[in-house]
Unconditional design. Structure first.
Length: 368
């Protein structure tokens, strides 16, 4: 799955090159329509040629070469395009880049300087991947979640102990009585099981943090005591992106895990987006560290003063050319770009023409 970092690099790589950018909706719900995208692509490319009818002869010839290259590539991929969407970037005689996209995209083709990024914003913004840890007193299952709802078990680990620690940690049907101890042997068992448990959680946390990466979520589920102990071991940098899942245990199916992760991460992402948007709008009104609306945002992009560019789903859909132009400027100055949905999108549609930006420095009212 493409990350924001991937998208930034991709846009920068082809910023100064004339390319054919093609998005394919490669899968459909009805199996009888599985080849429908071929006809839709043909219509999309025909419409593109008509739009380029006024271009120079050499430019139209280059487009025809790029289209022919795309068709050859598609023939070679026959039967392998199984993702909901596909992005292909083509130059005459060369496929420069291709990748599956985990969310459905419309069939779109553009021929211009730089890639067409608007459809990718949705794929990047709809949700990040997640590392999922399901735990009990002695065991840990590590899963990788990929939006929209795919889960794969990556690894399973067990605490290295020779006795039953579930009685002491509350696993299974045993009851845990804090403060209750037997003799010296019981104390030693408690000590050893705590050491083994802590080692298990430390080891699996290292793997989970690697899997989550800088932009992903970390989700914890399972026995309540085990989850609390693992939660205490989460690195501070990942704390804000760590979520607890309810109703799951070591026997939960991948389907149940995927459904819960998708629900919880989407809800949290929408909450964070709403808080982000409201914070930017508040800064616009109080400290001059933000701008709202198309004109003011474009002006600050031209001045390379934007730190965060936030676009509503509706704006991206209605104004793809403006979106591409604004995103290109934002990436050039290292700004974060995000497409928001739900309540956050409604907020900026109603209050800011679908566009807000947090600035690198304060500006006087009316100067942007």
């Amino acid at each position: 799955m493409l990350s924001h970092r991937d998208l930034t690099q991709l846009a920068a790589t082809y910023m100064d090159r004339h390319v054919l950018t093609v998005y394919l909706r490669a899968t459909v719900e009805n199996p009888a329509d599985r080849n429908r995208w071929h006809a839709e692509l043909a219509q999309t490319l025909h419409a593109l040629r008509e739009r380029e009818a006024g271009a120079s002869h050499s430019d139209r010839a280059a487009l025809d070469d790029a289209v022919a290259t795309l068709r050859e590539w598609l023939l070679a991929q026959k039967g392998t395009l199984r993702a909901p969407g596909v992005l292909v970037i083509v130059a005459p005689g060369e496929v420069l880049f291709s990748t599956p996209i985990d969310t459905a995209v419309p069939n779109v083709a553009t021929w211009k300087m730089g890639i067409h990024v608007a459809p990718l914003l949705k794929a990047v913004s709809l949700g990040a991947s997640a590392a999922v840890l399901v735990l009990d007193a002695r065991h840990a299952h590590l899963y990788q979640f990929t939006p929209p709802q795919h889960v794969e078990r990556v690894e399973s680990m067990t605490a290295d102990v020779d006795f039953d620690v579930e009685h002491h940690l509350g696993g299974g049907n045993a009851t845990f009585h804090p403060g209750t101890r037997g003799g010296t042997a019981a104390d030693e068992i408690d000590r050893q099981q705590m050491v083994a448990r802590d080692r298990l959680y430390a080891d699996v946390m290292v793997r989970a943090v690697e899997l989550a990466g800088r932009d992903g979520w970390l989700c914890l589920a399972g026995n309540a005591r085990a989850v609390a102990a693992a939660r205490a071991a989460v690195p501070h940098a990942l704390d804000a992106r760590t979520l607890t899942l309810e109703g799951l245990d070591m026997h939960s199916t991948p389907y149940a895990i995927a459904r819960e992760v998708a629900k919880v991460t989407q809800a949290r992402a929408e909450q964070m987006d709403t808080e982000l948007v409201r914070g930017i709008i508040d800064e616009h009104g109080s400290r001059g560290r933000a701008v709202t609306g198309i004109r003011a945002t474009k002006a600050m992009l031209d001045r390379e003063g934007v730190a965060d560019l936030i676009l509503s789903e509706r704006f991206v859909e209605l104004f793809p050319v403006d979106t591409d132009d604004m995103v290109r400027h934002a990436f050039h100055q290292g700004a974060l770009v995000r497409e928001v949905h739900g309540a956050a999108a409604e907020e900026i549609d109603q209050r800011a023409e679908g566009v807000v930006a947090r600035l690198r420095y304060a500006v006087a009212a009316g100067s942007a």
